[in-house]
Structure formats: C-alpha cells, structure tokens
Design a protein around this ligand. Structure first.
Ligand SMILES: Cc1cc2nc3c(=O)[nH]c(=O)nc-3n(C[C@H](O)[C@H](O)[C@H](O)COP(=O)(O)O)c2cc1C
Length: 486
C-alpha cells in the first residue's frame, strides 16, 4: 500500500455526534431541542442560535466549529473559559451538556486522521500536551482491532475509544515503543504531536515518568502503579466491557443474534451411545432425614483427601440429582441451581477413575433423563485431565471423580450482549456451590478447581471448543476418616 504524504498545513479539529445520538427540535426551528443520547435525553429549553446550528451541522457529520462560530478555538485549550469570548464560552457550555456524545476528530484539512468517541456519561475530552522531554509508548492495556468497518484502539482504562482513519496513524502507533520520538513517519512534527496528544488523552499512549537518563530504560506509571500492576490487560478488558460505565456496545438481554445463528437447544441432545439411568434419591425421605441447612452451610469445607470406599453409583446419582438435574412436573424447566436469564448453558462431564463404582472413563450427564452417556474418550486425554486435576489440588493421587463443567456458548451469546461470557462464570459459581453443599450434606469430600485445560477437555469429550468448552472443574470423592481431613 502506498502511503501518501500528509503534511498539509490545516491541522484542525472536527466535531460530530455519536451515531446513536438524535437531535430532536421539539417545537420547530425556534423551540426547545432535545438531544436523545444513549445515556438518556438532554433538554435545551431555549438554545441559542449558534448551539442550534452546531447541533444541526454535527448531526450531518464532522464539522469545524469555527465554520459555525468564527473564533471557535481549533486545537487550543478549551478548558479555560476565561480565554474565550462570551459566544464561544456559551457554545462550550452547551456542548459540555452533551459531552458524552461528542466525537472529536483530528483532521488535516478535510482528511480525518483519527476520531475519539466517548464511552461514558461524564467524560469531556481534553487532548494532552506531549511532554517534549519524555518518551511515549503504547499502553500495555491498549488493544487494536477491526470493528464496524474500521480500525479501533481501545483501553479498559479509558472513557474514550479511538477510530483510526489513516494508515499513517497505525504507523505512528507502531513507532511508539517507548524509545526515541517516532522517526521515518510520513507526517510532519506538528501533526505527529497533535495525534500523540489525542492518544495520550485516550489512554492509548502513555508518557514516561521521567526524561530518559543515559542507558536506563524509561519507567511508565502503569507498570509500577500498585493499583494497576496486578491487572492483566485481558482481565481488565473483560471487566470493563462486561459492566456498565465504560462500555458502549449493546448490553444486557438483547437477543441481538436471534435468527442469525442456529438456535442452541435448551437441553443438549443425547449422542448415539446408550445412556444409562442413574439412581434417584427419595426426595420425600431426604426432606425429613437431611441434616439441617445451616448445619450443612457451617460444615462445608473443601476436602482434598478421600476415604478408602469407592464413590458409589448411588452417591453419584444422588449428587447430580440433587445439585443439577432438570426438575420434573409443573416446574419442567427449573433446576436446583439458578441461571442468568434461564439460559442454562452448562453441561457436566464425568471423568471417573478406579475409585468409583462406575467403569473408569468419561461420561456426559443428561440432566433431563438423569442419565449418564458413556463417551469414547481417548485414554491419553482422559489421563491428562485426571493428572491436571491432581496437580491443581496438590493431591497425592488423581481424584476419584472429576466433574468438568462446559458451557454451550450459543445459549448465552444468543441472549446476551456484553455479559454473555461473564454470565457463564456466574452460573458456574452457583453450580459449584450446589455441588459443594449437596456433597457436604451427603458426607462426601468436595473441592472446586481453579482452572483446567479446555483443549484437552475438547479432545476428550469430542467438542468444538468455540461451540462448547470447559469453564469449570470440580472434584468429589468419599470422605476420609475424620482424623485425615484436609
Ligand atoms: C472457584 C474455586 C476454585 C478453587 N480452586 C481450587 C484449586 O484449584 N485447588 C484447590 O486446592 N482448591 C481450590 N478451591 C478451594 C479453595 O481453596 C477453598 O474454597 C478455600 O481455601 C476456602 O476453604 P474452604 O472451602 O474449605 O472453606 C477453589 C474454590 C473455588 C470456589
């Protein structure tokens, strides 16, 4: 690709509105105006004509506000009201009320270089001066990706995201590795500084804390800050985008993909192998004989040692029936554990060792029929899952029964936007708690595991991991004698 030289003199700033913003002149051209934003309406009872014109022009696309109000500052500091004329100050006051939907575009003449889009309610974009004496680099939290027709940079630390309109901007990012000022760019110094100023303010780029001294590597606050040091960029992005406050995508129970992807059935269909019915406990009997709830809660512990007796098929049947079957009768869809939006995306796979009465191997649990479906899992993968569980527990031997929880992602992604993945994590948590409490009530030895290998599980269970993947692990066995608990 040929990169044209962009060094025209007219570096300026254009203003427009987020695409989801609507300007509604309530009562014709002289009446009040309501700006409908993603975060609710903003009402101007008696907007002055300049603000009215600015709003109209910005709905049509990026506009230089100096064309609306001669003397409106270009790239100078907007944050010093005393520096502006009363007309400019009045327009700025109006704009500040809709700051959460103002897109700011750095442009050379009519050519947009990059735009900064607000993601949150209380955000006013202030391009930052570039510190001349300190190196700058990309933030370790910044991510570049393609979305909605263009390249975008975003950081979970920012209340803005950046749309890159020109290849020179990507080239500039590539040169911001923390060393010397970018050289070899097809941009002149003024344009480079202005673009870095926008990127600094959007948290895409960070400046070193001190001027470079000799051969010492520059230090960046985000690497040393005790608040940020423990955060991985991936964890923080999942957090930021699965919560309201700094995310602007579709959010919640949107059913955005309904009809666009094959519907995932509420219950996973059984495969070709004959499924074996599991014993069912007598719930009526349990209601009177069970240990009181508070006593179970207080006694619950994670146990990592097991008794000499094998885990019986009766115990496995009772645990799964009480913790996670689909209830029969009027409450047909109900299960003993809750699920966000009644999505119930989770499946259970059993990896049974020789310390259970089940023939060692891998089984899929059918919660509707309360059946176990034997699977032809490769021996190497089965052994790997058991050994990994042993290591995660720091146990003396492989666990008697490993329960691998998978998620059929489409159940969640067809219902939710923004919260699909985290809804599954929450569902895993409540299912684990059920497994803990029922195991405790039954006098078994339960323990959740922190993680597992999704690729190994996919091979063991014959799954396409992007469709259904392991998201949780839980181990259970018979209880050791009281003296050997731990
Ligand atoms: C989601 C989750 C994951 C866990 N992962 C592990 C693990 O990988 N290895 C382990 O030995 N214990 C694991 N545990 C058990 C915790 O270490 C245990 O709950 C904690 O030490 C408190 O002890 P208690 O459960 O006996 O009250 C996990 C617990 C939870 C809830």
């Amino acid at each position: 690709m040929r990169i044209e030289c962009l060094a025209a003199p007219q570096l300026n700033e254009l203003w427009s509105l987020r695409e989801d913003t609507l300007v509604d002149p309530d009562d014709g051209p002289d009446g009040p105006v309501t700006v409908q934003t993603r975060w609710g309406p903003v009402h101007f009872e008696n907007p002055d004509p300049v603000l009215r014109t600015a709003l109209e022009r910005m709905t049509l696309g990026p506009v230089s506000l100096s064309n609306v109000l001669p003397g409106f500052p270009g790239l100078e500091d907007l944050d010093r009201p005393e520096a502006h004329s009363p007309e400019v100050a009045a327009l700025l006051r109006g704009l500040r009320r809709i700051r959460h939907c103002l897109v700011r575009t750095l442009a050379l003449g009519g050519t947009p270089l990059l735009s900064v889009v607000p993601l949150a309610r209380d955000t006013w974009f202030v391009p930052q001066p570039v510190p001349g004496d300190r190196p700058c680099r990309l933030s370790r939290f910044a991510v570049l990706r393609w979305a909605e027709g263009g390249l975008r940079m975003e950081s979970p630390l920012a209340h803005h995201r950046v749309q890159l309109h020109r290849p020179e901007m990507v080239q500039l990012l590539g040169l911001l590795s923390g060393g010397d000022r970018p050289v070899g760019l097809q941009l002149d110094q003024e344009v480079t500084e202005a673009a870095i100023g926008y990127l600094l303010a959007s948290r895409i780029v960070v400046a070193a804390e001190h001027p470079a001294v000799g051969a010492d590597a520059p230090r960046y606050a985000e690497d040393d800050d005790p608040t940020l040091a423990g955060w991985s960029a991936d964890d923080m992005m999942v957090h930021a985008r699965s919560r309201l406050g700094r995310s602007d995508g579709p959010f919640g129970a949107t059913f955005a993909h309904l009809g666009r992807m094959p519907a995932e059935p509420a219950v996973k269909p059984l495969g070709a192998r004959t499924a074996v019915p599991l014993p069912r406990p007598d719930l009526g009997e349990l209601r009177t004989s069970d240990e009181p709830f508070s006593s179970v809660l207080e006694r619950r512990r994670s146990l990592r040692r097991y008794g000499p007796a094998p885990l019986s098929i009766r115990q496995i049947g009772e645990l799964l029936f009480r913790a996670c079957r689909i209830r029969e009768g009027a409450d047909r869809d109900g299960r003993p554990y809750p699920s966000m939006g009644s999505v119930y995306a989770l499946e259970l796979y059993l990896v049974a060792g020789p310390d259970t009465e089940l023939p060692p191997g891998v089984y899929h649990y059918d919660p509707l029929g309360h059946l176990l479906e034997p699977l032809d899992a490769p021996a190497a993968e089965t052994a790997e899952l058991r050994e990994a569980a042993q290591a995660t527990l720091s146990a003396d031997g492989p666990p008697p029964l490993l329960l691998v929880i998978t998620a059929r992602f489409r159940r969640a992604t067809q219902a939710f936007s923004g919260i699909a993945y985290t809804s599954l994590m929450k569902d895993v948590g409540v299912l684990m708690q059920n497994l803990y409490l029922v195991s405790t009530a039954m006098g078994l030895a339960p323990c959740a595991l922190a993680s597992g290998n999704s690729d190994t599980a996919a091979r063991a269970f014959g799954l396409d991991w992007a469709v259904e993947s392991s998201v949780g692990e839980f181990v259970v066995g018979t209880s050791p004698p009281a003296a050997d608990l731990g």
